[in-house]
Design a protein around this ligand. Structure first.
Ligand code: HEC
Ligand code: HEC
Length: 212
């Protein structure tokens, strides 16, 4: 009898220890080191997050909380992306924050777009002043004059024009509807494709203003 009770007790102790030592199921299955994960991201976003492929956003210097939330939203499906859904499906929840922090800490490279003042003029006007006739607010009002954003608004300085067009089209159609209080959906729904194209070309030429 005594022996039996001891076996039961030690079995219970063993289970408790296992639970204490394994904080999550994914840990038990083995989350790969950050460096290994980063190799996967680098194939599309470059090792420092300054992606050179115009469909893939630049992540370098972006607000970490924003990046982490986008990863979580790809994972829960509230921001649909056939490409990123497959990627985040491989990641454990506890990997999202360190990945976001890594890319946030990387130095952003210069603008992806070529500055051509004549071609940029209509885009610059939308960015700085909005579109009066259709009540589009100035992008600079939220994203800053140089697109560098704030804690509340993501950085868009020098972002690839193609990616910016795609996102504005997704906000406009409601495919991307994970923006708080539908702020960006409201902005994009008031714009036509030509205006979206123009402002995206201008966004791609933006450079970070020197710190005063
Ligand atoms: C096969 C290419 C590919 C790989 C690999 C990849 N990404 Fe992406 N990533 C994309 C594309 C394309 C988008 C744009 C998705 C969309 O359409 O909204 C994107 C978007 C993102 C965004 C949203 C950025 C923003 O400004 O809103 C984050 C964050 C991100 N990726 C992080 C990662 C991380 C972290 C990894 C590695 C674990 C990774 N990506 C691997 C292609 C890739
Ligand atoms: C009232 C504030 C506000 C205004 C005005 C505004 N934005 Fe935004 N924008 C946001 C917010 C908030 C987000 C982040 C949405 C989210 O969290 O998913 C965002 C996201 C974006 C993104 C996606 C960034 C990424 O990395 O995927 C782009 C591109 C963008 N805005 C471009 C613009 C442009 C161009 C204009 C002007 C036509 C504009 N925004 C005007 C608030 C604003």
């Amino acid at each position: 009898m005594r022996y039996k009770r001891t076996v039961v007790a030690s079995f219970r102790l063993g289970t408790t220890l296992c639970a204490l030592l394994a904080p999550s199921a994914s840990w038990a299955q083995g989350v790969p080191p950050l460096a290994e994960r980063l190799q996967l991201c680098a194939t599309c976003h470059n090792p420092d997050g300054n992606s050179t492929i115009p469909d893939n956003p630049r992540l370098a210097g972006q607000d970490a909380a924003y990046l982490a939330r986008q990863l979580a939203d790809f994972k829960n499906g509230s921001r649909p992306s056939p490409v990123m859904a497959g990627i985040v499906g491989l990641l454990a929840d506890e990997e999202l924050k360190p990945l976001a922090e890594f890319f946030s800490e990387q130095a952003p490279a210069g603008p992806t777009g070529a500055a051509d003042d004549a071609a940029q003029a209509p885009g610059r006007q939308i960015f700085d002043e909005g579109i009066l006739g259709s009540a589009v607010p100035a992008c600079s009002g939220c994203h800053n004059d140089d697109g560098s954003g704030t804690e509340k608004y993501p950085r868009i300085t020098g972002q690839h024009a193609r990616y910016v067009v795609q996102q504005l089209m997704n906000f406009r159609s409601g495919v991307r509807a994970n923006d708080g209080r539908a702020v960006m959906q409201a902005v994009a729904k008031r714009m036509n494709e030509q205006e979206i194209q123009a402002v995206a070309e201008y966004v791609a030429t933006l450079k970070e203003e020197e710190e005063q």
